[in-house]
Design a protein around this ligand. Sequence first.
Ligand SMILES: NC(=O)c1ccc[n+]([C@@H]2O[C@H](COP(=O)([O-])OP(=O)(O)OC[C@H]3O[C@@H](n4cnc5c(N)ncnc54)[C@H](O)[C@@H]3O)[C@@H](O)[C@H]2O)c1
Length: 309
Amino acid sequence: MKIMITGACGHIGSYIFENIHKAKKVKNVSLIDNLSSKRYSSLFNIKKNKKIKFDFFNIDLSKKNSLKNFKKYDVVIHCASYTNAEDSFSIKKEMFRNNLNCMKNIIKYCKKNKSNLIHLSSTSVYGKKAKIVAENDKHLLKPQSPYAEIKIKEENLLNQNKKNLSYISFRLGTITGVSKGIRFHTAVNKFCLSAATNGYITIYKTAYNQYRPYLSLRDAFKIFLFCIEKKVFNNQIYNALSGNFTVKQILSKIKKNKKKIKIKFINSPIMNKLSYFVDTSKIKNLGLRLNSNIEYDIKQTLNLFKTIR
Ligand SMILES: NC(=O)c1ccc[n+]([C@@H]2O[C@H](COP(=O)([O-])OP(=O)(O)OC[C@H]3O[C@@H](n4cnc5c(N)ncnc54)[C@H](O)[C@@H]3O)[C@@H](O)[C@H]2O)c1
């Protein structure tokens, strides 16, 4: 089996290729990234594996025909994207251009080659006050950033092309856990970095007691493995999370591993003042139980800095 991982140097992509040997029958894995995230370290010392050959391609997927020389891959896991939601306000135009052009090129490639596609959306597409939000609650979609607006556009592009395309799309919660390409611009990792380097953990005033969804990298990989091995590409969207937690709960998990932390409350440009629980019934019905302990991920992340006093 041949697998293409786009955005392979990033946080999620690097975790996938480090673990892809766990998928049966995988022989060739192509890693594509334009190195815009500068995660060169993801490519250091890739573990040799007797059964898998890795190739790396430095390609900008937003460029037309960027994949024209690529023959068929059985599965494409599409992670290539600009991903900083907070920055997306100041680089809105560029983020729309990059992410949507990448998406269009990937769709075109998968249709032409009959490749199965795993698409990564985000639970940040939700943003209305609700007790619980589920995939079919279209009235609860209210992106609070250009980044999240783009995710909805990507989902719509997939839906518009569904006739000749086999895909599955996951609305991932905020990722927790350590990978070679780990990045620190999302909530938990950012808090861990500040805690570990004795800086202030900045918290959005409005978010302290609000529930948000989080997904362990281990559960994210479990999902991808499941789709690859069971060939589940049913053109559906699924929420994917290990649990819903408040910022207060996340901070108490950090405090268990780092006794003294400093907190500063600030205003956020993402004015998402609304609390919501993300529903997991649909993914459970698929047969997937996501239950990795994010406290373990937090401990691992803090441990990266363990020799700092
Ligand atoms: N990390 C999270 O918490 C999270 C949560 C929900 C959804 N997601 C989604 O999962 C996917 C992967 O996220 P991540 O955290 O690994 O992001 P990341 O920023 O760590 O990695 C993305 C990678 O894509 C590459 N890239 C960007 N534009 C490219 C282009 N034009 N051509 C080739 N490569 C390009 C970057 O160099 C980077 O290495 C994204 O679609 C993201 O929106 C992530």
